[in-house]
Design a protein around this ligand. Structure first.
Ligand code: SAM
Length: 251
């Protein structure tokens, strides 16, 4: 039986069905100890949807590079962006072949726009950008989405480098969206130890200062680096120790 994988357990917590018994068993074990994990998955995803909608409707972004995109779910990035601007172009990237096998559900672009899927590692930024350039015009602003993926890199410095290398290749007016858990809740830190003992890849809880460093050289847009429940919420809710930052590359 395959060991639990982040894309499939996440899919399970989000209410999806693209997962295996081992994923559901670990998902249930963690949710028994820390039921809020399901709220976290859904709140992270809801914040991502609000960010994509905001970037399309308010910042005029028409190109998205969604890295560590995960399995298809409700309101995938292209569906949210193209509902506002049908001409939007979206490249999804993930290094998990199970995600690739389901990617056809992400390739349902509106006629006016485009979507593509690339099997690649976020650390291999040069290859990733070369492949993305087949669909995106990298001389024009792009929003890079790193939701739930940087914490899977072993060091904060490596995570920062991946984000910074991607943004360095893009013009001013590009944006960076990062969502991940931080180490501010001991109960959540404990539960991630269960994850790290049983599943792939490990998830490293970073400090808010490490998370902030991903945005060095960029301008965080309002309301700044905040809990996912507090970024332009429809209804504000209690913090979940998962942060979101959306930042613009300046001139
Ligand atoms: C927790 S899921 C998040 C999915 C989606 N971005 C979301 O926020 O709902 C993490 C995703 O990142 C992918 N991932 C983890 N490490 C990666 C890496 N080094 N390169 C590319 N993708 C990676 C996993 O395969 C998985 O699909």
């Amino acid at each position: 039986m395959p060991s639990p994988q982040t894309a499939r357990v996440w899919n399970y917590w989000l209410g999806g069905t693209d997962n295996f018994p081992a994923d559901r068993a670990l998902g249930d074990e963690i949710a028994r100890v820390f039921p809020i994990i399901v709220d976290i998955a859904r709140a992270d995803r809801a914040a991502l949807i609000r960010a994509v909608r905001h970037l399309t409707a308010e910042a005029g972004i028409r190109q998205f590079l969604d890295v560590g995109a995960g399995l298809p779910t409700a309101d995938n990035t292209h569906e949210v962006a193209q509902a506002v601007a049908p001409e939007s172009r979206i490249v999804y990237v993930d290094y998990d072949q199970h995600v690739q096998a389901h990617a056809r559900e992400l390739l349902t672009s509106r006629r006016e726009g485009a979507t593509a899927f690339i099997l690649a590692d976020v650390r291999d930024t040069a290859a990733l950008l070369r492949a993305a350039a087949r669909t995106l015009d990298l001389t024009r602003p792009v929003a890079v989405i790193l939701s739930g993926v940087l914490a899977h890199l072993p060091t904060a410095a490596g995570a920062r480098d991946a984000a910074q290398h991607l943004m360095a290749a893009l013009p001013s007016g590009s944006h960076l969206v990062v969502i991940d858990g931080v180490d501010t809740n001991p109960a959540l830190n404990d539960v991630m130890r269960i994850w790290n003992e049983s599943a792939d890849p490990p998830y490293a809880m970073r400090s808010p200062a490490e998370f902030r460093s991903y945005f060095d050289g960029l301008d965080l847009i309002a309301p700044g680096l905040v809990d996912v429940t507090l970024w332009h919420p429809e209804t504000p809710a209690a913090p979940l120790d998962n942060l979101i930052g959306v930042a613009r590359k300046p001139h």
